[in-house]
Design a protein around this ligand. Structure first.
Ligand code: TMP
Length: 242
């Protein structure tokens, strides 16, 4: 294979150009960071696990009419994707209170939310990815009004699909983060990844608040058995899809 030009290196992935300007190659790393990279580590096998889980979910989402950047996966830790310009927003959907929502509002962890909460964060590490209000979104012109409406609708559709899917895996979808991009036709596509790095996933059959965690919170909070949890999520995804 020819050596591709590195276009971007993030905390969990490297994006390469390919011979086709409409296609990028995403290389998923085992590197793990938390708290805006103040905490760093490695989760053995994470690159392949997250790439495989994301590939499967993107294929399922496409089959359910949700356009996304996935093309194919030439290696377990590599994904060929449609070339998009990432919209600098992290779109978070929450079904159950956890993480920063609890820290910032005092809502007890584990509280079921009456309706899914859709939030926008400014994807900017130097600023610490701050939570945006609708007016600040407008002020910063990070997306048009129409795009914001589409992002909310798409995020809620993805939530409906993912809640069902993870339930089949014996997993409760607590919350998750999505990123979107614009292709050369200015079409909005779901992008980035959907994995235990970007979702909070709780084992349905486990009531212990720490034992049930099957996602990156195990790494963030030093709960141990991080690799085991990621591996277990992958196995359940594969089982549901066979
Ligand atoms: P939060 O509770 O820390 O705001 O996280 C909400 C969701 O977003 C959770 O599923 C983890 C995910 N997330 C990311 O994927 N990347 C990030 O940088 C952060 C802060 C959260």
């Amino acid at each position: 294979m020819t050596t591709h030009q590195k276009l971007y290196e993030g905390k969990a992935k490297i994006i390469y150009a390919t011979e086709d300007p409409e296609i990028f190659l995403a290389d998923f790393k085992d590197d793990a960071t938390a708290f805006n990279a103040q905490k760093r580590g490695t989760i053995q096998g994470k690159g392949s696990i997250n790439c495989t889980i994301s590939s499967k979910l993107f294929q399922q989402l496409a089959a359910h009419g949700i356009k996304n950047h996935y093309i194919d996966s030439p290696a377990p830790n590599q994904m060929r994707v449609r070339a998009v310009k990432i919209v600098p927003l992290e779109v978070v959907v929450r079904n159950i209170a956890a993480g920063s929502l609890c820290k910032q509002t005092g809502i007890p962890q584990g509280t079921m939310l009456e309706n899914p909460l859709v939030e926008f964060y400014y994807k900017d590490d130097n600023l610490g990815d701050p939570l945006l209000t609708r007016d600040r979104l407008r002020l910063l012109k990070l997306a048009t009004e129409e795009q914001v409406e589409s992002l909310i609708n798409l995020a809620l559709q993805v939530n409906n699909f993912l809640q069902d899917f993870w339930k089949k895996c014996g997993i409760t979808l607590v919350d998750f983060k999505l990123e979107f991009g614009l292709d050369s036709q200015q079409q909005l596509l779901l992008a980035d990844e959907i994995s235990p790095d970007t979702c909070r996933l709780w084992d349905i059959n486990e009531s212990d608040p720490n034992q049930r965690i099957m996602d990156k919170d195990r790494f963030r909070r030093d709960l141990g058995k991080v690799e085991d949890a990621y591996q277990a999520v992958l196995q359940r995804v594969l089982q549901v899809l066979t």
